[in-house]
Ligand binder design. Sequence first.
Ligand SMILES: C[S@@+](CC[C@H](N)C(=O)[O-])C[C@H]1O[C@@H](n2cnc3c(N)ncnc32)[C@H](O)[C@@H]1O
Length: 412
Amino acid sequence: MKTIDEIIEAILRNALAREISIGTPDGEANRHAYIQSFEGEGERKIRFVVDDLEALKEAGLLHPHRTVAMSIGGADGSDVLALMKRMNLSAGVLLEYDNDAGLNAQERTRDLREDGSLKFSVVIGDAMQKLNTALDKAKSAVKDADTLIVLCFGVLHELPKRSPNYTHDRFFDILFSAFPTVMVYCAEPCAQPEFPLGWPQSVELGFPGVKADRLAGIARFICDRLFVGKADAPEQRGQDLVRMNRDLAVELLHKTLRFSSVDRFHHEMEERLTSFDVQSLSSMLATRIANLEQEIAYRTSDGFRKEYRDHGVNVRDERGAALPIPFTHSRLILRRFAQSHPQLQRAKAEAADFAPPPVPTKAPAVADPVSAAGAPSAASGSDGGKVNISVSNQAGRDVRSTVTNRTFTFNK
Ligand SMILES: C[S@@+](CC[C@H](N)C(=O)[O-])C[C@H]1O[C@@H](n2cnc3c(N)ncnc32)[C@H](O)[C@@H]1O
């Protein structure tokens, strides 16, 4: 294992001096290595999706033979293929920008597709520009399909920068208009939630044996390239610490703790891993998509946690109090069931039997998802349902408390 000081030395000596961009031979090699690093990862990544879908199936809310799965930015498609197998889904679509990864998925499934035992299409292209093409494939794959399951793993944080004309509202409007029942499972590296859940706005960061001026050099490099207008310049504090914006600190930790080579560092410098704000996205969706259920979970990835501990990272607030390991990833589960679903009607009727008389409110302008299919969903209020926050302690036990109309899980 390289020490953090060796990593910092490698970055300061080589990385700051050179620029590598996509299109150069080095850039291509990096891109290839980057895409390869996601190969075969799908099986592991879909576990939380399978848990959720199994529960829905048991409740009579999921019918695999009428369900199509789609992965957006799914690299080799191992996520959607694993999901189809685990849940016995009737068809799947992969929408992937990278040509090699898409062709790889096509090649690996050729025999099964040709003998008719697998209904699986690959659409190679940009997530926003080819979304309707991919959805058309999903609709035509199964007669009477009424449910779409979408996997977005590690791609939503990239799309605002990489996909022309991408906006979250446009993307989700199209997805939720495509089928009567839509479930979207997102897992993304993310921005820190607000203190006290996450870190305070400004933190002081240090590594044992690393001089503050060297650390400040890297912090400034990342700040100048990825945080223009988003964070103040990092400030050296004494011999060992650098004060900086919390997301800049986590970005620096991603880029140093997970450092593998100078070339890879350059590739990683093309994107910010702390740009995705799951709570803003969730609030925006709550105002646009009627009857939407949402669950948010924050996590720290195992790899990050290990490196953080092994390198003895020291982070404190401005008054000197030690801060816990940050969150690195968020999961967002979105479910919108067809409102005519008999199981849903029964649950609503049962709830009404126990509910106090309703307080009259302005009727929400809710677009019926069935009739809205094919058209962008109308702006509408959320259904004002209960809001749960759940926090997992170190032992992974859930502690739940009801707070707003979305569900949060915090898993450190
Ligand atoms: C961080 S990787 C994640 C891969 C895979 N989903 C996983 O979690 O292992 C991001 C993926 O999104 C794809 N991607 C990036 N921009 C895209 C775009 N504009 N349209 C479609 N896919 C895109 C990349 O090619 C890559 O496969």
